[in-house]
Design a protein around this ligand. Structure first.
Ligand code: FE2
Ligand code: FE2
Length: 195
């Protein structure tokens, strides 16, 4: 598994959290009771594991490219970096909105709007990385440089802990709603209520 494989693998785990957020928005807008705690936990994941760990690893890739004087072309690095900044700002806004909604200063719609914007940004960003940027990195960086980048990833991981485990914990705490198959007499409380 090289440095790019690690990043692609992390994308799959981050997407599970995007799915949780997306379903929470859908459920909340449909009149369901979604606890702000879900958005608080998600914002923590986005700040600690997406910004603090995944994007930090990608910054190492950016640096490996620029320090060798390589230009992947058409402002790709600038565009991806700007999206990392936008994601960081949206995650901070989501944290602040959780506080405001919890204290009754804002309606839950504020959480839904920010989450939706984050999910949209992240999906477009991930696609750009996987379709255009990562193949370029593999062509531009020799194996020994990729190995050094991977070693730097390990140091970042040691500070933050595994992103996959954090995604697991979030998904387990707020499982996606299972399509209800009504059996006579069965009443199933929604897993997001009351947390
Ligand atoms: Fe990225
Ligand atoms: Fe990424």
């Amino acid at each position: 598994m090289d440095a790019i494989d690690i990043l692609v693998n992390e994308h799959r785990h981050i997407e599970r959290v995007m799915d949780v957020l997306e379903r929470a928005v859908e459920y909340g807008r449909g009149g369901g009771d979604v606890s702000p705690v879900l958005f608080e936990r998600a914002a923590h994941f986005l700040r600690t594991f997406v910004d603090g760990s995944h994007d930090a690893k990608e910054d190492e890739v950016f640096q490996a490219i620029t320090s060798r004087g390589l230009l992947p072309g058409a402002g790709v690095l600038a565009a991806l970096s700007a999206q990392h900044t936008a994601g960081r700002e949206l995650a901070a806004e989501l944290s602040e909105a959780v506080r405001a909604v919890t204290q009754g200063e804002k309606e839950p719609e504020a959480l839904f709007t920010l989450s939706e914007r984050y999910v949209r940004l992240h999906r477009g960003h991930t696609e750009a990385e996987e379709m255009r940027f990562f193949p370029m990195v593999r062509r531009l960086l020799p194996v020994d440089v990729m190995e050094r980048v991977r070693a730097k990833f390990a140091r970042i991981e040691a500070t933050h802990g595994p992103l996959a485990d954090a995604a697991d914990a979030l998904e387990l705490a707020f499982p996606l709603p299972v399509p209800t198959v009504r059996r006579p007499g069965s009443v199933r409380a929604h897993p997001w209520v009351g947390r």
